[in-house]
Design a protein around this ligand. Structure first.
Ligand code: IDP
Ligand code: MG
Length: 149
């Protein structure tokens, strides 16, 4: 079973979108294994976005991400990394289809309300960065038998 790291960014938390976003992942059939509201430091965000170090928006991005509470989550399910990215939409809300989180809930690439890991490998790295092993819960979901054949 695959896991991915999803975070409601500070703009999403401030705009009251945590519930809306959780709802979408729950009803798709994914299982929440960890969640916490936290204020990330700029250092933490620099590590998280290390691959974007050379981007012109890197400094502003790390400031924005540490400017208020982030709702960090780990979701589990079959092909969850890829399916979650589809649910997020494109990085730029203007390119995101209606029905996606970014296509429905935001307008600006610099305030695009949600983060989701882009590969299984990055998901592992990000989950380790944001959560300790004992913050993730293993439990059986009663829906599991009805989600896949
Ligand atoms: P992703 O979040 O869809 O994976 P990335 O390319 O990994 O997109 O970029 C990380 C984040 O950096 C984006 O979600 C967005 O918040 C921000 N970002 C990306 N491109 C731009 C830009 O051109 N201007 C401002 N912010 C950007
Ligand atoms: Mg990315």
């Amino acid at each position: 079973m695959e896991r991915t790291f999803i975070a409601v960014k500070p703009d999403g938390v401030q705009r009251g979108l945590c519930g809306e976003i959780i709802k979408r992942f729950e009803r798709r059939g994914f299982r929440l294994v960890a969640a916490k509201l936290m204020r990330a430091s700029e250092e933490h965000m620099k590590t998280h976005y290390a691959d974007l170090k050379a981007a012109p928006f890197y400094a502003g991005l790390c400031q924005y991400m540490s400017s208020g509470p982030v709702f960090a989550m780990v979701w589990e399910g079959r092909r969850v990394v890829k399916l979650a990215r589809m649910m997020l939409g494109e990085t730029d809300p203007a390119e995101s289809k209606p029905g996606s989180v970014r296509g429905d809930l935001c307008v600006d690439i610099g305030r695009n309300v949600i983060h989701g890991s882009d590969t299984v490998e990055n998901a592992k790295r990000e989950i380790q960065l944001w959560f300790k092993a004992d913050e993730m819960l293993d439990y059986a979901s009663c829906a599991q038998a009805w989600l896949s054949e």
